[in-house]
Design a protein around this ligand. Structure first.
Ligand SMILES: C[S@@+](CC[C@H](N)C(=O)[O-])C[C@H]1O[C@@H](n2cnc3c(N)ncnc32)[C@H](O)[C@@H]1O
Length: 390
């Protein structure tokens, strides 16, 4: 093994060492990204909540170990964890994974060197939690994860190819997720829905379906926690959550259509312009309020360095749990109306005063999830703008 200068970091209750590198990149001898600490801290909370709900010992697979930080932290910081399997195709990563297991004095954590899909197939049905945290897209590994995941298990999925999922370029999204995206103010939410939809369709081949427990889009990545359920009838029922979101670039109206092969409106019912479509994607729930509340409560029992940011994010996700799909970006609407923006909270209050739902969203600090529809929201913004002048 090559000699490297070693760096030590601490996350949660865990010490991790790895070769020092200049820049976070897949070229580093062993990958460690400090910007993913929030992602890892949220994983600790989500897996702990899942373990408590199962009320038994759980076995975890950290499929793309890198330094081993996830697997090592999961064993060290989550109660009720039995065996942890850390896998990575890289021998150097394996070396540091073993080193970090020892550094934290852990038992029942095993290191494996296999291609991720091969490893899952070798261990089919053995894991209660499979954590998929690859470079870029998780897409190539989701078939093995779907085939090998057991009933009532938890899939934790990271995607860092946000430009594909958000539709900066359409072809990579169609290629990797078999879904057409479009660029919009709410393209990060569409990206989450495209990823969830792709997992749901992949699982459905094996008569399995998803319940989305929590999902978020943060900085350069998307992450979701999905409970895998089994049964052909329920899978058929669950697939009714698949469909399309259509958007009018002229007036900013948007609408959803459930069904994979149902007819979709081609023309905007508000202004008559042509609609653009994203999908197939997941139109079902992408936040589970009860699960998220338990994650919030769990912060009391855990030592996580990102507690403030984690709580801020979780509380935003909690608020949007039952809200409609997509959100309205106040600046985009004001720009289309050629008006300056009224105070954000005034808009929220006024939409609610008129009897509609209006909540903030974690995707965008000036985003509003609402059932009011674009015409009502524009009318309210115009009215508030006139009041501002008086
Ligand atoms: C993004 S890093 C993992 C980061 C780690 N989970 C963390 O939280 O720091 C991806 C890892 O996957 C490994 N890898 C790449 N292709 C793989 C494959 N086909 N099977 C298994 N491991 C793979 C790389 O060696 C790298 O260590």
């Amino acid at each position: 093994m090559e000699e490297y200068k070693i760096k030590r970091i601490e996350e949660g209750l865990t010490k991790i060492e790895f070769p020092e590198f200049e820049k976070v990149s897949s070229e580093a001898p062993v990958f460690y990204n400090p910007h993913m600490e929030l992602n890892r801290d949220l994983s600790i909370l989500a897996i702990q909540v899942f373990q408590k709900e199962q009320d038994r010992e759980i076995n975890i697979c950290d499929l793309f170990g890198g330094s081993g930080i996830r697997g090592v932290r999961y064993k060290n910081e989550i109660d009720g964890v039995g065996e942890v399997s850390i896998n990575d195709i890289s021998e150097t990563a394996n070396h540091y994974e073993r080193h970090n297991i020892e550094l934290n004095d852990l038992k029942d954590v095993h290191v494996h060197q296999h291609d991720a899909s091969m490893f899952l197939r070798m261990k089919r049905g053995e894991f209660d939690v499979i954590d998929i945290d690859p470079f870029g897209t998780p897409s190539p590994f989701l078939d093995s994860a779907s085939y090998c995941s057991r009933r009532n298990s938890l899939l934790c999925v990271t995607a860092t190819d946000t430009s594909a999922l958000c539709g900066t370029y359409q072809e990579p999204c169609i290629r990797k997720y078999n879904s057409k995206p479009y660029k919009s103010e709410y393209c990060h939410e569409n990206g989450i829905r495209i990823l969830a939809g792709f997992v749901a369709l992949t699982l459905s081949k094996y008569a399995k379906y998803i319940e989305v427990k929590m999902s978020h889009s943060t900085e350069h990545y998307m992450r979701m926690y999905l409970e895998v359920k089994k049964g052909s009838k329920r899978t058929d029922e669950s697939l009714k959550n698949m469909g399309y979101i259509s958007h009018c670039r002229n007036c900013l109206h948007r609408q959803t259509s459930n069904g994979l092969a149902s007819p979709i409106d081609e023309v905007c019912p508000v202004c008559g312009e042509k609609l653009v479509h994203a999908g197939p994607l997941w139109l079902g729930s992408i936040q589970d309020g009860d699960f998220i509340q338990k994650m919030i409560d769990e912060t009391e029992n855990k030592k996580i360095n990102t507690e403030k940011d984690a709580l801020k994010l979780l509380n935003k996700c909690l608020v949007e749990a039952d809200a409609p799909a997509t959100f309205y970006d106040v600046h985009s609407i004001c720009k289309s109306l050629k008006l300056s923006a009224p105070k954000f909270d005034l808009i929220l209050d006024e939409i609610r005063n008129e009897g509609f739902e209006a909540v903030k969203t974690h995707y965008n600090p000036i985003g509003i999830k609402s059932d009011a529809g674009i015409e009502n929201i524009k009318r309210i913004i115009v009215k508030l703008n006139e009041n501002m002048k008086q």
